[in-house]
Ligand binder design. Structure first.
Ligand SMILES: *Cc1c(COP(=O)(O)O)cnc(C)c1O
Length: 456
């Protein structure tokens, strides 16, 4: 007999994952290697270690070990806010009158308000273990900076955050949360770095971009003794740490004999989506099970949906390694939208490869539709979702509505990556009817792709 499914499925402490899962180990065709931006040759462990922490470099390059044990210190930090609940959205199902069964994994139950803490704590741990004094990073919407500040204060590391200027000005509360946890926050572009000065002289009055803030953070780390740069998305190591999301989800679903048909996540740099789908993708790659995976992107920044699969710079300053990925070009500046975490020009190289190999789909959604879905969801399920997360909500609702027409009882799982308390200016715009949609023209996309590096 089927076990009754509770509204929230929690795991016992003894059931929590003890290792992250490295999906690359199960891929027949591996993602293309990172290249040195100058020589255009595959970058070595030694070269990467100048920028990133040693242990994280090992994780970045690992293509063979399927499971990477989670150190005790990280496991005990995880216990403070994990397991994250897997929720059966009974109320939403009833409201929609759909035969579909909807589940979501909620990652907003910590002060940083998103899944980013899962990787921040791991990266801070390895930096501490290496005896570093501190780390530098960039933050766009502010979730990553907040998560990293929390993680650094836990391990007693200094944390220098370059925050995209427009967010620095629009989100003073995020900034203050970071400072509460002891981080220093600098609006980017700044005059504290060479690359920042250059960008300021070329584009006076610019409100900044993620790519530019990355360059400033990398430069700062490379000039300071005992500092390394850390990144909150895109990289394999981040995706690896985020597999805690998918592993918990899969354990919880297996416990109740639930098998999702469709798994949906929003995609910025790809870390939450990659983390959620990895264990399921592993089964698909090994031929053990089949699932539909859907990446949801904003219409204004459609890396997978409309980008090109080529080597590109990860940052505007072109100091980071080159990555083969779906990209809109490092010079692509998306129209301002209210899902700051989804405005990156590129995509995780692992997800890019999986998409290229046909294992995953991608769709784009309009900003106003996203906020309609967000508000609908908040009123029914109670949680006030982040605009980023609401991209996944929108597509989950769409899929559930299709089931009404076909009568199919599909099981839909989506990642609810965070809460939207710091995004109320965006909600205000939506409520006042001042929110606009933006779809870049083909010409704008071609323009962004003009300066991709020349690599075979
Ligand atoms: C950063 C962020 C995202 C997007 O980042 P990914 O690396 O693509 O997961 C999504 N949702 C929230 C709440 C975020 O903070």
């Amino acid at each position: 007999m089927e076990k009754a499914i509770p509204y929230k499925i929690y795991l016992e402490e003894s059931e929590l994952p003890k290792a992250w899962y490295n999906v690359k180990a199960d891929m027949q065709v591996k993602p293309a290697p990172l290249l040195d931006p100058v020589t255009k040759k595959p970058i070595t462990e030694e070269e990467l270690s100048k920028v990133f922490c040693n242990e994280l470099v090992k994780q970045e390059l690992d293509e063979t070990n399927a499971y990477i044990p989670i150190p005790e210190e990280i496991l005990s930090f995880y216990k403070m806010y994990r397991p994250a609940p897997l929720v059966r959205a009974y109320c939403l199902e009833q409201k929609l009158k759909t035969p579909a069964k909807i589940y979501y994994k909620f990652e907003g139950n910590n002060t940083s308000g998103s899944h980013k803490l899962n990787s921040a704590i791991a990266q801070a741990y390895y930096a501490k273990k290496q005896g570093l004094k501190g780390v530098t990073t960039e933050t766009g919407a502010g979730q990553w900076g907040t998560a990293l500040s929390m993680a650094c204060s836990y391990f007693g590391l200094d944390c220098k955050v370059f925050m995209v200027k427009v967010s620095y000005e629009q989100k003073p509360f995020r900034r203050e949360v970071m400072r509460t946890y002891g981080a220093s926050v600098t609006p980017s572009p700044s005059d504290k770095t060479e690359v920042g000065k250059k960008i300021l002289s070329e584009h006076p009055g610019t409100s900044g971009s993620l790519g530019c803030a990355i360059s400033e953070a990398v430069e700062t780390a490379s000039k300071l003794d005992g500092y390394r740069y850390v990144l909150g998305s895109v990289l394999n190591q981040v995706l690896l740490h985020q597999t805690i999301i998918g592993l918990e989800t899969k354990t919880a679903m297996d416990k109740y004999g639930i098998k999702p048909d469709i798994i949906i996540g929003c995609a910025g740099g790809g870390s939450n989506l990659g983390g959620l789908i990895s264990p399921f993708m592993g089964q698909k790659l090994r031929g053990e099970a089949d699932y539909r995976f859907i990446a949801v992107e904003p219409e204004s920044c459609p890396s997978l949906s409309r980008g090109k699969y080529v080597y590109d710079y990860c940052d505007t300053g072109r100091v980071c390694p080159l990555s083969k990925m779906y990209t809109l070009g490092s010079g692509f500046i998306p129209a301002p939208n209210h899902a700051g975490g989804l405005r990156y020009h590129g995509m995780s190289s692992t997800l890019s490869a999986l998409y290229d190999q046909g294992y995953m789909e991608a769709v784009t959604v309009k900003q106003t539709e996203v906020f309609e879905a967000a508000e609908y969801f908040a009123r029914i399920e109670g949680i006030l979702p982040a605009p980023e997360s609401s991209h996944a909500i929108k597509v989950a609702i769409d899929e559930a509505k299709k089931c009404i027409e076909t009568g199919e009882e599909k099981t839909i799982l989506f990642g609810l990556t965070g809460t939207g308390y710091f995004d109320m200016l965006a909600y205000e715009k939506f409520h006042d009817g001042n929110m606009v949609n933006y779809r870049p023209t083909d010409e704008e996309i071609l323009n962004g792709l003009k300066n991709i590096p020349d690599v075979e």
